[in-house]
Design a protein around this ligand. Structure first.
Ligand code: AMP
Length: 331
């Protein structure tokens, strides 16, 4: 039996043995976090368990995910949820669940389900599958172990997670298993075209204007191998864009010919300090190493960190890291 199989069974058994869960995801959630959250909540309902969806902080959910059935999502103070068994999804370490750690420290049982290779395994039981495209792909196996029937609603939530975390099935994390799962979800009732229209073709005009700001600020360094842009607080304010509107901006930066690393520095509203998103193109370097050097994390191809540094200081840091990590490599 591989470790993963044992971990899968341990997580499933932990869920069978407990009830009245809190399900928590990382702050500034993306489609994988939100889709996995909803899929697990609906699955717990189906097998006669209770689960409360919780999201730290007050940053609004990105506009393109507001069509999802997240009305019961609890925000802000965890209050009476403290002390319940916790299932953490798509969170690589404790700090990703926010600075108020009571949900974690007071929980009688913690299960971690994730796909980040640098996950610190902070649960009592941990299912971390680094080869999986997304947390939803890992969660699918847990649901199968729990004999959850894929309803159209569960399939849709899992599909939203899958399609967004794989860059519409184009990133390097897309495997035959990912595509088989996509087919299974569509067979179970997920409407891929409807989801595409909601997630990718229902954007706010302010998001487009924010993208324009980011494109105006693009600078290339190191002979075009490093591309950096930034979004300041005023870019959000003047365009009327909310924090989540910057999701996807970095995809335009990473696509430039010859780029090996792209970075988006942003100072979103409702948040102290800056966030930096990193992407690796052409598999030239592991950007999670750069993120970890600043207290963040992520994957080889996509990583991020939070920082109190200025835009100029961050550009200097990123340039130095890039040169240090790529010097000596063949061209
Ligand atoms: P993003 O650029 O926000 O889309 O994030 C890309 C990847 O980096 C995701 O897998 C995140 O989980 C990870 N990541 C982003 N910010 C942080 C952070 N502050 N700490 C740890 N991982 C992060």
């Amino acid at each position: 039996m591989t470790i993963t199989k044992a971990d899968l069974q341990a997580v499933a058994q932990g869920i069978r043995d407990h009830d009245d869960f809190v399900i928590s995801i990382h702050e500034s959630p993306d489609g994988d976090a939100l889709g996995s959250l909803l899929a697990l909540k609906l699955s717990l309902d189906q097998i006669g368990k209770r689960g409360t969806m919780f999201l730290v902080g007050s940053i609004p959910i990105p506009f393109e995910y507001r069509f999802m059935a997240l009305e019961d999502l609890v925000r802000g103070d965890p209050g009476e949820l403290v002390g319940r068994p916790l299932i953490a999804l798509d969170a690589a370490n404790e700090s990703r669940l926010g600075s108020d750690q009571r949900l974690l420290t007071e929980a009688p049982f913690v299960a971690v389900i994730d796909h980040h290779h640098d996950n610190s395994r902070f649960g009592n039981v941990n299912l971390v599958v680094a080869e999986a495209s997304s947390t939803s792909e890992v969660l699918r196996d847990v649901l199968a172990e729990l004999k959850v029937r894929l309803t159209p609603e569960i399939a849709e939530a899992l599909y939203i997670a899958l399609v967004t975390d794989t860059g519409r099935f184009q990133y390097a994390n897309t495997s035959p298993k990912t595509l088989r799962l996509a087919a299974e979800l569509i067979e179970a009732g997920a409407d891929a075209h409807r989801i595409f229209q909601h997630v990718y073709e229902t954007i706010e005009l302010s998001k487009l204007k924010l993208l324009a700001r980011a494109l105006e600020h693009v600078e290339v360094y190191e002979g075009g191998r490093l591309v950096i842009s930034y979004l300041e607080r005023k870019d959000f304010e003047e365009t009327g864009a909310s924090s989540g509107a910057s999701e996807g901006v970095i995809d335009s930066l990473r696509a430039v010919a010859g780029v090996e690393m792209s970075a988006l520095i942003q100072e979103p509203p409702e948040r102290d300090g800056r966030r930096v998103s990193l992407r690796s193109s052409r598999d030239r370097l592991d950007v999670s190493e750069v993120a970890r050097a600043s207290g963040g994390g992520g994957h080889r191809q996509a990583a991020g960190f939070a920082s109190k540094l200025s835009v100029e200081e961050l550009i200097t840091f990123l340039r130095n890291e890039f040169v240090a990590k790529t010097s000596g490599q063949a061209g």
